[in-house]
Design a protein around this ligand. Structure first.
Ligand code: C2O
Ligand code: CU
Length: 481
């Protein structure tokens, strides 16, 4: 058998066709006897939406099964078999963001699976052991595909959860639209190399604002997802006390939003929160907004209608404690991943002229663009002499604990996502984060955030979830053997 390195070298010489062979570097966490308890067919395709208003022009967006932000609910413990059909005119994959799962279903083209070509199919077998608010999205041409709306919400229900009187889900996403409803370029160099290219049409669940109701005096669970490609949001609530009860799906000891700096939770792309609010008396209103933007984006108003019966405790409702592998901080080995600006071009890294068809095929197979603005530990994705997947930025051992310092040496904030793990956010050099579990953490310029986790087997990418940053170099992976 060829070694992995020799294998990669050979495929590069053979050309792009061979590149779609998946790498098998480790065993799956799920036994071969995976018996699905829920099946799902996910077909990616076009969907026409009127994002500029009911009288406005149509926009041809992308969606799973023709539903914007397709919602999937499953009880904790579900063995989900999701068969993905690619009805787009381009390659895609599905990444179930934040779910701990066997590496082979992680959805990263070339690294964990072949790219699913237009018209192709791939079956994902995903254990859903952690309750919470998750989502799924393509992992190729993300600025293009996610920018056009391709994403779904995955709610893993916990039968042990306390009862709420109502629940609402909010998918926040901006769109880059011209007046005629067509898409503007998803990425501009000035955005990609700086804070990102923003959309000007702001929406929640595909509309400008939601007017909702909830029972007066009732306890409401709000699941808020930042599904934007670029925008960092400061989520705040007016008209009720809100407490943060979960981050990225995982329960934490409730934190009153009012006790946080500026009374908001800052949330980068891909991050999710669950809030608990107690509705005011009949007729009272609660407003939800993003207070970071120059102009406050108020995305929902909940009006109290009809009362609930029974006495309520005045305390915030806590979710059952997250049952996640707890890293052993005393024994944890340390690594650091430093986020940097980069100047080398990916195309240079593959060592071929820009117009060489093989160079283009290589870049396509890695699902990256040809420009590099960013790097991690002096490496950009892809880079090095290798004409394929770069070497891992760290090698770890299955079941061991690791403490990783994510340091931001750039002038822009970056939400950093580690695949396949729920990590504990241990500390921030700016001292601004409560201790909690997450799969994505926002790292401010000059900040160093320590996260810790128990390593699961596989090749796991980690990257900035500002999608342009990821596609212009801010991605790497660690190998767990
Ligand atoms: Cu949600 Cu690699 O991403
Ligand atoms: Cu970034």
């Amino acid at each position: 058998m060829l070694s992995r390195r020799a294998f990669l070298g050979t495929t590069a010489m053979l050309g792009a066709g061979a590149l779609i062979a998946p790498s098998r570097t480790s065993e799956a966490r799920v036994p071969a006897s995976f018996t699905p308890t829920q099946t799902l067919s996910l077909k990616a395709g076009d969907l026409d939406m009127r994002l500029l208003g009911p009288e406005g022009p149509e926009t041809r967006t992308y969606a799973y099964d023709g539903k914007p932000f397709r919602l999937v609910r499953a009880p904790r413990g579900t063995r989900l078999e999701a068969s993905f059909d690619n009805g787009l005119g381009e390659g895609s994959t599905v990444h179930f963001h934040g779910i701990r799962m066997p590496n082979e279903f992680d959805g990263v083209p070339t690294l964990t699976q072949p790219l699913v070509q237009a018209g192709g199919r791939f079956v994902y077998r995903i254990p859903l052991d952690d309750p919470g608010t998750f989502f799924f999205h393509p992992h190729c041409d993300e600025t293009g595909q996610a920018g056009r709306g391709l994403a779904g919400v995955l709610i893993v229900e916990d039968p042990r959860d306390p009862k709420f009187d109502a629940e609402h889900i909010f998918c926040l996403k901006d769109w880059r639209l011209a007046d005629d409803g067509s898409f503007l370029a998803m990425s501009e160099p000035d955005g990609a190399s700086k804070a990102g290219t923003f959309g000007a049409t702001r929406t929640v669940n595909g509309v400008p604002k939601l007017e909702l109701t909830a029972p007066a005096g009732g306890d409401v669970r709000l699941r808020i997802l930042n599904l934007d490609s670029t925008r960092i949001m400061d989520i705040g609530v007016e008209g009720a006390h809100a407490s943060l009860i979960a981050v990225d799906g995982h329960a934490l000891t409730p934190v009153l939003l009012d006790t946080l700096p500026d009374g908001v939770w800052r949330m980068g792309p891909a991050q999710r929160i669950d809030l608990h609010i107690r509705m005011p008396a009949e007729g009272g209103q609660v407003h939800l907004g993003d207070y970071r933007a120059a102009e406050i984006f108020q995305f929902a108003t909940l009006t109290a209608t009809g009362a609930v019966s029974g006495k309520r405790s005045t305390k915030p409702i806590a979710l059952p404690k997250a049952e996640l592998p707890r890293p052993d901080l005393k024994r944890a080995e340390r690594f650091s991943f430093t986020l940097q600006q980069a100047t080398n071009a990916a195309i240079k890294a593959v060592g071929l002229p820009v117009d060489d068809p093989l160079a283009k095929a290589l870049l396509d197979s890695l699902c990256v663009g040809s420009t590099t603005y960013w790097g991690i530990n002096q490496e950009s994705w892809p880079t090095g002499e290798r004409r394929n997947v770069p070497p891992p930025l760290a090698t770890m051992k299955t079941g061991s604990s690791y403490r990783v310092t994510i340091k931001n040496e750039t002038r822009f904030p970056h939400p950093v996502h580690l695949h396949g793990h729920a990590f504990e956010v241990i500390s921030s050099s700016l001292d601004r984060l409560p201790r909690h579990f997450a799969d994505t953490v926002l790292v401010q310029p000059g900040e160093a955030v320590d996260v810790a986790f128990v390593a699961a087997p596989g090749d796991w990418v980690f990257h900035c979830h500002i999608l342009e940053h990821m596609e212009t170099g801010m991605m790497g992976y660690f190998r767990v053997v």
